[in-house]
Design a protein. Structure first.
Length: 73
């Protein structure tokens, strides 16, 4: 990541658009990242979501496959 990456526009999706995106897709074809805290994740999360709490995200970016679309919530 470089400084210019910080200023790239990031598309956002509504909950309905995310549901449509996830429907019928192979779970291995995208990254699903839950950036909430562990307690929130344990109370419920989307199936297949990987927990990477927001404060840890920068240090753990290498865990996300850059070749796949990524949904973060």
């Amino acid at each position: 990541m470089n400084l210019l990456d910080i200023f790239k526009p990031i598309p956002s999706m509504t909950a309905g658009e995310v549901r449509q995106f996830l429907a019928g897709r192979d779970p291995d074809s995208f990254n699903l990242v839950d950036v909430r805290q562990p307690g929130e994740y344990e109370r419920g999360h989307l199936p297949g979501a990987r927990l990477i709490p927001l404060p840890e995200l920068n240090a753990r970016l290498q865990e996300i496959d850059r070749g796949k679309p990524t949904i973060v919530y």
